[in-house]
Design a protein around this ligand. Structure first.
Ligand code: GLY
Length: 564
């Protein structure tokens, strides 16, 4: 009888364990390709392109256009972005299609006559818009590294815009919650409301003007956006609302191909976006500092782990404030910032106690006032080409201004500049010379599209939205996989913290820090900050041994990983 109960108990434990394991959300698997984005419809567009024989660049360009239709809060043709590529022939590169300051701007453009900052001009309305880069960047990527025609990759987005699609609950909710802002601009209100009433989940959403604009881009390529009718509509909007973007600014916009930032961490190769993004340099810098420590499974989430992470972040963000700017205008000391020796110097300054942020660098504080609305997507194909892209119009729905007649939203990216070097801005932060407004300059970004290689082959494709929190989100997912051996979905799901040097506080996700851990951190001298959601990672993990791609969208959003 006793033996029976023992066997029964063992069977029950095995059954319950396998039941519980099956409840742990797993990533989506595919052997031939994987697309992970913030919108299921856009991911489907990308996977269809891969199935038709397109490569990861074709799919990424198609997803970029599709997100402008299906995820207008951040997907865009009126904003900018960065694409990091690792092709199967070993090519590594990145494409910078960040927005630029209009040519008539200058360092004092957001100051009033008394020299006081005008954040309402840099963060909202038509004066907050930089010259858009997305269309030029996507077309550049396609022509240089893709294999399909513009028509093949853009047609699915035109169909989505003209035929419409059913609004998902949260997408409809985001339109509704932004309705008051859209009301200020007739061109926006007519797109994002149903004859003046809020859209509801399940409503059919058609964007005729956007479909027509995409059609013109399909026929005329880059010139279809930067010259002719669409450029004239943008400038008309500028003239009507006192904006600054001119026909020349548009005609002169060019994306820039740049060498990515490279680093090494515990035998893995890191490649990420360099300036004008701060993301890649910060990621490599923090990983270099942390490489001097060893993490064990039991350390994850502990006060000592969070302490070390936080201290490393403070030094890196302090350096960001002073040293990162558009590399075409400002010499960024990249080699110093990502050197192992410099990381070791910082590591030696980290003790058991928190160093207050103002002691790390007392002056030259940068503007970190980026919004959380941006979007990232990751793509890999059956050939082994990997593409990591982050794109943004800055705030949710950017400037909230739809270009009348053209159907797309303009960014409010100018707010990523330091609007007044050396003087506190509306958020109590000050900015450095490196990131002051100058004509035709790119504003500093935090976007961190990243590819990690193992034995010279793609291993992780990662990135996230989240303004100044982007790098810390990417960092933690990378650590979760490389140091704690989590599967990519778990690495993405578990809670995150954030510290950006100033304000001097650890922000954390709901249920993220237990009272014990909080108290231990306070004992070490940390300030516990705000409870908030951090990032929306869309990631791919490559099981190199079995040749399987695993995709994980972030449960904090409503995207989709689709593989085949
Ligand atoms: N606007 C967000 C970023 O570029 O970091």
């Amino acid at each position: 009888m006793q033996t029976f109960f023992r066997s029964y108990t063992i069977l029950l434990v095995i059954f319950l364990t396998s039941f519980i394991n099956s409840q742990v959300p797993g990533p989506m698997a595919g052997k031939n390709g994987m697309v992970v984005s913030a919108s299921e419809l856009a991911s489907q567009v990308g996977i269809d392109i891969l199935k038709k024989g397109g490569n990861a660049v074709d799919a990424s360009v198609a997803v970029g256009f599709a997100l402008a239709v299906t995820y207008p809060a951040a997907g865009n043709i009126g904003g900018g972005g960065f694409m990091v590529l690792r092709l199967n022939d070993g090519t590594t590169t990145s494409i910078d299609y960040r927005e630029k300051a209009p040519s008539s701007t200058h360092p004092d453009v957001y100051l009033n006559e008394s020299g006081n900052p005008l954040p309402e001009k840099s963060a909202a309305g038509v004066t907050s818009a930089g010259v858009p880069g997305s269309v030029a960047g996507l077309i550049y990527a396609l022509e240089k590294y893709g294999s399909m025609s513009l028509e093949e990759v853009i047609q699915p987005s035109i169909d989505l815009a003209l035929n419409g699609f059913k609004l998902e609950y949260r997408l409809a909710g985001s339109f509704k919650s932004t309705l008051e802002s859209f009301k200020k601009y007739e061109s926006s209100f007519k797109i994002f409301s149903k004859n003046g009433e809020p859209f509801e989940a399940g409503d059919h959403f058609i964007q005729e003007d956007l479909g027509r604009t995409l059609g013109i881009i399909m026929q005329k390529g880059k010139d279809g956006f930067y010259k002719g009718e669409i450029a004239e509509l943008i400038v008309k909007q500028m003239t009507e609302l006192d904006g600054w973007i001119t026909l020349d600014d548009l005609a002169n916009y060019e994306p820039v191909e740049r060498e990515p930032v490279f680093g090494a961490y515990r035998g893995y190769e890191i490649m990420s976006m360099g300036p004008p993004s701060a993301g890649g340099i910060l990621l490599v810098q923090v990983l270099n500092i942390l490489e001097n420590l060893t993490f064990e499974r039991k350390d994850w989430g502990s006060s000592s782990y969070i302490h070390n992470l936080t201290e490393a972040l403070k030094y890196a963000y302090a350096d960001r404030s002073k040293h990162i700017g558009d590399p075409d205008f400002h010499k960024v000391p990249k080699d110093k910032l990502i050197s192992k020796d410099y990381a070791f110097e910082i590591f030696n300054r980290i003790s058991d106690k928190a160093v207050p942020s103002e002691l790390i660098t007392p002056v030259d504080i940068s503007s970190l006032n980026e919004s959380e609305e941006t979007t990232h997507y990751s793509v890999i194909d059956k050939f082994g080409n990997a593409v990591s892209t982050t794109t943004t119009i800055n705030s949710g729905f950017g400037s909230k201004i739809v270009v009348d007649g053209a159907g797309f939203l303009l960014n409010n990216e100018m707010d990523d500049f330091s609007i007044q070097p050396g003087i506190p801005n509306q958020f109590g932060l000050t900015g450095g010379e490196a990131n002051k407004v100058e004509p035709n300059k790119r504003m500093v970004s935090s976007m961190t599209p990243t590819i990690i290689l193992k034995d010279g082959k793609p291993f992780l494709v990662v990135g996230s939205p989240g303004g100044s929190t982007i790098m810390t989100v990417v960092l933690q997912v990378v650590l979760n996989v490389l140091d704690f051996d989590m599967n990519i979905q778990r690495a993405n799901d578990v809670f995150r913290i954030h510290h950006q040097w100033l304000p001097d506080r650890i922000d954390y996700e709901p249920f993220g820090l237990s009272e014990d851990v909080k108290n231990n951190l306070i004992d070490r001298g940390h300030n516990i900050g705000t409870e908030r959601t951090l990032g929306r990672m869309d990631a791919i993990f490559v099981d190199q041994q079995n040749g399987v791609y695993y995709g994980a969208t972030d449960k904090r959003g409503y995207g989709a990983a689709i593989g085949y």
